[in-house]
Design a binder for this molecule. Structure first.
Ligand SMILES: Cc1cc2nc3c(=O)[nH]c(=O)nc-3n(C[C@H](O)[C@H](O)[C@H](O)COP(=O)(O)O)c2cc1C
Length: 389
């Protein structure tokens, strides 16, 4: 249920909508809109959550469900929960603890977290702080030497899973950001600046904590000042000509668990399996790239049928409830990625917020699994789903 009155503190937050509301109250408008927004008319963004409502769970009863096991194995990693924190950019803009908070909360719940190429804490610092499985999210650069150096760096740091994002060959059209002037470095419109003035607490936190940076890139690209913006990084440094041969070479070079994030078609999933990927993440980037594209949940069954016996199929997009996760797992997903589900809690209350959100997810998963008459994730199947016409 969406809140009637907005959540004003962490203890008021019982679900995704409460956290979203608290984040809206705490963040300057342009930053909230950067997280909350999506591409063009935001049709895909809305459809991502709606897609879960197209089917219903069919529970079984009287199955003896005293204790439930929520653990799963995915990409060679054992996770205590079937959800993981998908990589997202710029987390220290949302809360000064940024990636540190997300990694600590993921570790506390025994699950995996992703570090973005546009992350604001170094992958090495996070690796040293926690032993829970870590994903590194990679963007493919025109400069092949740079790609090799970055792979090497992640390998040396001990990253378990390499995740190449393939749906961002060019930036999505995020019109909310155009209106506010959100970009890195900031190019705020007057209206955008006023929004920052209304949230002085955020500004105080921002200036009194460690200096903002992009440590995954700073070592390789001069991202300071006006020399390079994130927009220019996408258009000038990333390689829109990237093709399957390039990725096959990367997979060989990594020689560990490698997956593609942003695959949607059966043909691409088969090709990913052919070149040695261990998994694919069905994703439309939270609706932030190609508006009008299909929801990952709607593509899940056919991709699992095509390649589920060869590689791990994961999905993300629109997940706001454990019942969404249970539906995806029932269709054959090995694990489910969370995006805004943990970003709004991060913005609301840092590590405590993300822990609170993951705690709610865990409790909902346990309750949901018991109510489904299952004691482990492996007992879920398509038999317990019915699609509406
Ligand atoms: C603010 C924000 C930043 C993101 N940054 C990245 C990124 O740097 N790399 C990436 O592969 N995906 C990125 N994503 C996409 C997420 O990893 C994930 O696919 C998406 O958020 C899932 O949808 P959801 O937010 O509805 O759960 C970002 C998403 C958001 C909301």
């Amino acid at each position: 249920m969406q809140p009637k009155r907005g959540a004003v503190r962490l203890s008021d937050c019982h679900n995704f909508h409460d956290f979203r509301e608290l984040a809206r109250r705490r963040l300057p408008g342009p930053i909230f809109d950067y997280i909350d927004g999506a591409a063009d008319d935001e049709v895909t963004y809305r459809r991502n959550s709606e897609s879960f409502e197209r089917c219903d769970l069919v529970p079984n009863v009287l199955r003896g469900v005293g204790a439930v096991d929520l653990s799963v194995s995915v990409m060679g990693q054992r996770l205590a929960l079937p959800v993981y924190c998908s990589p997202t950019a710029l987390q220290r803009l949302f809360h000064h603890q940024g990636e540190r908070a997300v990694a600590a909360a993921a570790a506390r719940y025994g699950t995996m977290f992703g570090v973005s190429s546009l992350g604001t804490v170094s992958l090495e610092d996070l690796r040293q702080a926690h032993s829970t499985p870590q994903v590194y999210q990679f963007y493919f650069h025109k400069d092949r030497g740079l790609n090799r150096a970055m792979l090497q760096r992640a390998k040396q740091a001990g990253v378990e899973v390499m995740m190449l994002t393939v749906d961002s060959i060019t930036g999505g059209n995020r019109e909310r950001d155009l209106r506010t002037g959100f970009s890195i470095p900031f190019r705020l419109t007057v209206a955008g600046m006023l929004q920052f003035a209304l949230k002085p607490q955020w500004g105080l936190n921002y200036v009194t904590h460690e200096r903002f940076g992009l440590p995954q890139l700073d070592a390789h690209i001069d991202m300071r000042g006006d020399t390079m913006s994130i927009g220019r990084y996408f258009t000038e440094m990333l390689d829109p000509a990237m093709n399957w041969d390039d990725v096959a070479e990367m997979v060989r070079e990594w020689s560990g668990a490698f997956c593609l994030k942003g695959v949607m078609s059966v043909a691409d999933a088969k090709r990913a399996a052919d070149i040695g990927c261990a998994g694919v993440v069905l994703s439309n980037h939270g609706g932030r790239q190609l508006d009008g594209s299909r929801a990952a949940f709607d593509q899940l069954a056919e991709v699992v049928d095509a390649v589920g016996d060869r590689i791990d199929v994961m999905m993300d997009g629109g997940v706001q409830r454990a019942t969404h996760v249970l539906k995806a797992l029932s269709l054959g997903a090995k694990a489910v990625g969370l995006g805004r589900y943990y970003l709004f809690p991060l913005a609301s209350a840092g590590q405590a917020g993300v822990e609170h959100a993951l705690g709610l997810m865990k409790a909902e998963l346990e309750r949901g699994l018991k109510l489904m008459g299952c004691t482990s994730i492996g007992e879920l199947s398509r038999g317990n789903l019915r699609f509406r016409n």
